[in-house]
Design a protein around this ligand. Structure first.
Ligand code: SAH
Ligand code: SF4
Length: 379
């Protein structure tokens, strides 16, 4: 594994002013309005968006086709990068990169780039996916999740969410494959931060030109958000973190289940499917001896049968302070086998970047622990 490199602090001038709001907080309509407010035609707002979302430019001064006065006015009021890179870790195979990004208020969020090259046997596709965070910490506190351990600090803004995707989108324009997929599966519960999350979705689709069907929002089952999403003009893919097919067990793993138990959650999923025509993905993190028995696999088949679903089995990324381990390979195979025999569409997620602690929340925790240790030994 490549050791974590601590990037030097980027100063306020390079960031375009630490205290200024990120321009990514503005929608495309907001950029047009801003342009008019600054005394320029509305189409200048579209030009700004093209620089922000379709180029690798990171300073207003370099936005060559804008009048100098507009570039200066923008630089006086906004910064382009919502965050500075605090630490970066690269997996041994170079295909997974994870950054801890420092927010202006000092906190950290994590963003991961996963590149899926063509495998030696010719299968797989050359593609790149960014996994973004939507909150600092998470209020849901799932039992096996490093982010859940942190508690909840605050929601991220649209600019802070879209800024994470842009970090790797720009990078991938220089080191292809270019990012075409974004998953909202980093730190936090995206549907509890609905407006900021969907603001980022709109900018990625309309600004960066990504396909809406290439964006996936993952939820632990926040029903109010799922209901809003079913009526949203951007029909993203929905992934639901199930992790157990029975209420008792699910309530111990995902405490939100006490508020929205399985029958209610599944009804909301089928409603989403009916209203959007979208197949729902169910995520199931396999925890050794906890939720990985053949009997639970059969129960999972029973509750999902007769619906057009995709089940994604996820090998657990162990978190040092939590009492859960990854399922043994034989248990994963047996669980997968039950679903396959029942004719379900089911994949086992390729393990990415285990050597860089790619489970959400782990790099942030490590950077903070190192910072605390450094303070403790300081004279
Ligand atoms: N809060 C949302 C999205 C972020 S978590 C949700 O829970 O769906 C994204 C996915 O990572 C979820 O399916 C979650 O269960 C999974 N996850 C959390 N901790 C994990 C760990 N230690 N190992 C593997 N997957 C984990
Ligand atoms: Fe929050 Fe998702 Fe982690 Fe649960 S798994 S604590 S919902 S980030």
């Amino acid at each position: 594994m490549t050791p974590i490199a601590l990037a030097p602090h980027v100063d306020g001038a390079e960031l375009g002013g630490e205290a200024l709001p990120p321009i990514g907080d503005l929608s495309l309509a907001g950029l047009r309005d801003l342009s008019v407010e600054m005394g320029h035609p509305a189409y200048r707002g579209d030009q700004v968006a093209a620089w922000l979302y379709r180029s690798t430019v990171r300073s207003f001064a370099d936005m060559g086709n804008l009048p100098m006065a507009l570039r200066q006015a923008l630089a006086a009021r906004f910064r382009i990068d919502a965050m500075a890179v605090e630490a970066e870790a690269v997996s041994a195979d170079g295909e997974t990169r994870k950054v801890a990004l420092r927010l202006p208020d000092g906190d950290l969020v994590e963003t991961v780039l996963m590149r899926y090259p063509v495998r030696d046997d010719g299968t797989g596709a050359e593609r790149a996916t960014v996994c973004v965070s939507t909150q600092v910490g998470c209020p849901v506190k799932c039992a096996f999740c490093a982010t859940g351990l942190m508690g909840f600090t605050r929601n991220l803004s649209t600019g802070e969410i879209v800024g994470q995707a842009l970090h790797f989108l720009r990078w991938s324009r220089e080191v292809p494959p270019v990012v075409r997929n974004v998953v909202f599966m980093g730190m936090g519960e995206p549907l509890m931060n609905y407006d900021a999350t969907m603001g980022a979705v709109a900018l990625l689709v309309e600004g960066a030109g990504l396909g809406v069907h290439r964006l996936t929002v993952s939820t632990s089952g926040w029903l109010p958000g799922m209901e809003r999403l079913a009526a949203d003009p951007f029909p993203v893919r929905l992934a639901v973190s199930l992790h157990a097919p029975v209420d008792d067990l699910r309530s111990t793993l995902v405490p939100l289940n006490r508020r929205f138990p399985l029958p209610v959650l599944l009804d909301a999923c089928w409603d989403y499917q009916a209203r959007t025509g979208r197949r729902v993905t169910f995520e199931y993190v396999l925890l050794d001896g906890v939720n990985d028995t053949p009997a639970l696999a059969r129960e999972l088949v029973r509750i999902l049968r007769n619906h057009d679903v995709h089940v994604n089995l996820i090998p657990m990324n162990p978190v040092s302070s939590l009492p859960f381990g990854a399922s043994r390979p034989e248990a994963v195979e047996a669980f997968h086998g039950v679903l396959r025999v029942a004719g379900m569409i089911c994949t086992v997620r390729r393990e990415m970047g285990r050597d860089i602690r790619a489970a959400c929340g782990q790099l942030r925790t490590e950077v903070r622990e190192r910072a605390r240790a450094a303070v403790a030994v300081a004279p």
